[in-house]
Ligand binder design. Structure first.
Ligand code: B12
Ligand code: SF4
Length: 458
């Protein structure tokens, strides 16, 4: 669900603007839909929410950003209204997206705070050079203002989704409702863009605010709720307080988070999560090799990964393990270490997701290394195109074949092909009709086995 766009729309409405959201997610012909919208409404300003630059998939890359050109052409054909870009993709590559689209402004970070301020300034005809959180091109030169913005200043904001989007369309695809309990991350993983989006310092939402927001979502019929923090269990005490609060409050929510860090997994937290109403967790370990974890600067070791697995085994929560193969320092030996861990420590009822290659974003330490190692030669201006890092010490053919063989013998393993299956949306809809509850990945080993019996190569 497009939580960011809904939050921005709601904040702008609260600030006194008249706002309409046009959700193109399920439109057969988005350009026609946009054109008819522009024929009927006559907006003074247009905001475009851009979440994904690409699909982060080295085997089958899809460059979503290219969809922006025809959208911009349609807008420009119909109206001279200034266009403001926002969304995670824009925080990651603002200059490139401003240049690519020709939009007037970009909003970085907390759009629900910045967009309303920008609108007020634009309505008065004067945008101060100091307005925090905006970026623009001036005579072809990229300018940006970073600075403090204050998400969570009035409690934990979740938008009224029903006000802005067609919620049943999302629920029928087993979508979860996203909610954040914090922004920022203290870790320094070399490939990561999250700190560029949310900042380094933690900004914590008051735990009572989170609990109220969840109760409020449930009252509105939204039960499957997913914490989309960059790391849910850090700071540990904050996560624990939220879980304990949820455990002792009345709610009917089914909670998930795919963003757990192995450093902060213990029995106390997992018990609190179970009591709070969690139905699935994901742990992002990336590797079980010390060499790779160290080069990725993950801040934890293989010992922490093994320890987390022992703790998880003592609990009933279904767990999705997330790995990223091919990073700096990766060799056949380190891949085998990770696969050995998965074989030994991941319960058959749990799921392991293996990604190959790491998307390189400008401004990251990974970009610097990739250039140093001769893996990357494109200038930052060409990095909207999906570019990936694979360790020069690794034979990509060997890795692909090894993973294919491993997938064939482990029905609880998935990769980017699995999540890109064209019939997955239909399967979600079927699951919804049959009353299957999210997360669907819990049933991976049965689904994959069943589809293979039907002759499909999944
Ligand atoms: C949680 C998460 C997921 C979860 C989502 C679960 C759920 N129920 O929503 C899962 C695991 C499913 C997921 C999947 C994917 N994700 Co993801 N995900 C995230 C994460 C960590 C948080 C997103 C979020 O909800 N944030 C909270 C909301 C409130 O923030 P927001 O959307 O950014 O909105 C704010 C601002 O951006 C801005 N804003 C938003 N819209 C607008 C509009 C205007 C006009 C303005 C002015 C401002 C504005 O204001 C908002 C409020 O402050 C981000 C990383 C991050 N830290 O942002 C990656 C991220 C967004 N994902 C990313 C990617 C690539 C994907 C996938 C394509 C991966 C894949 N191969 O499948 C899929 C795509 C899914 C989809 N349909 O879009 C990338 C996108 C960048 C890129 N490379 O393209 C990110 C940035 C991570 C990264 N690699 O750097 N993801
Ligand atoms: S822990 Fe996660 S959010 Fe934080 S820097 Fe590492 S990858 Fe990024």
């Amino acid at each position: 669900m497009p939580v960011g766009a809904c939050m921005v729309a709601e904040a702008a409405e609260l600030a006194g603007h008249r706002v309409r959201v046009l959700d193109l997610m399920f439109e057969q012909n988005p350009l026609n839909t946009l054109e008819s919208e522009l024929n009927t409404s006559n907006p003074d300003f247009i905001g475009l929410s851009v979440r994904n630059i690409d699909n982060n998939d080295m085997q089958h890359p899809v460059a979503f950003f290219k969809d922006l050109k025809p959208l911009m052409d349609t807008i420009r054909h119909k109206t001279p209204a200034p266009v403001v870009l926002g969304g995670a993709a824009v925080s990651v590559m603002p200059e490139e997206l401003l240049r690519y689209t020709g939009a007037n402004w970009a909003v970085l970070g907390d759009g629900e705070v910045v967009f309303s301020k920008l609108l007020s300034a634009l309505s008065q005809g004067e945008v101060s050079d100091n307005l925090p959180g905006i970026a623009w091109l001036e005579d072809g030169v990229f300018r940006k203002n970073t600075g403090n913005v204050d998400r969570f200043s009035n409690g934990c904001l979740t938008p009224d989704f029903h006000r802005w989007i067609h919620v049943p369309a999302y629920l029928s695809r087993l979508s979860t409702v996203p909610i954040q309990t914090k922004l920022g991350c203290h870790f320094k993983c070399i490939y990561c863009t999250y700190r560029k989006i949310e900042g380094h310092d933690y900004r914590l939402c008051n735990p009572e605010g989170v609990i109220d927001a969840i109760q409020n979502l449930v009252t509105k019929g939204l039960h499957d709720i997913e914490f989309v923090d960059n790391v849910f269990n850090s700071p540990y005490d904050h996560a624990l307080t939220i879980c304990e609060g949820l455990a002792s409050s009345r709610h009917d929510a089914r909670l998930q988070s795919l963003e757990l860090n192995p450093l902060f997994i213990d029995d106390t937290l997992l018990t609190a999560m179970e009591r709070a109403g969690f139905v699935g967790i994901g742990i992002t370990v990336e590797s079980a090799s010390d060499i790779v974890l160290d080069r990725l600067q993950k801040g934890f070791t293989a010992k922490d990964v093994y320890h987390a697995a022992q703790v998880i085994k003592r609990h009933n929560l279904p767990c999705l393990w997330i790995f990223m193969l091919g990073g700096p320092g990766e060799t056949e030996a380190t891949v085998r270490e990770t696969l050995h861990f998965a074989e030994q420590c991941i319960r058959p009822k749990d799921v392991a997701f293996f990604n190959i290659g790491i998307r390189i974003y400008p401004g990251t330490e990974l970009e610097r290394r990739a250039r140093e190692e001769g893996v990357l030669s494109s200038p930052p201006s060409e990095m909207l195109e999906p570019l990936f890092y694979v360790s020069p010490a690794l034979d990509l053919n060997w890795l692909t074949e090894t993973m294919q063989q491993t997938m064939a013998t482990h029905m609880n393993y998935i990769n980017s092909n699995t999540i890109g299956l064209s019939f997955l949306p239909a399967m979600n809809r079927l699951g919804y009709r049959l009353g299957v509850k999210s997360p669907l990945w819990r049933h991976t080993r049965y689904i994959r086995r069943g589809l293979r019996v039907l002759g499909m190569d999944v």
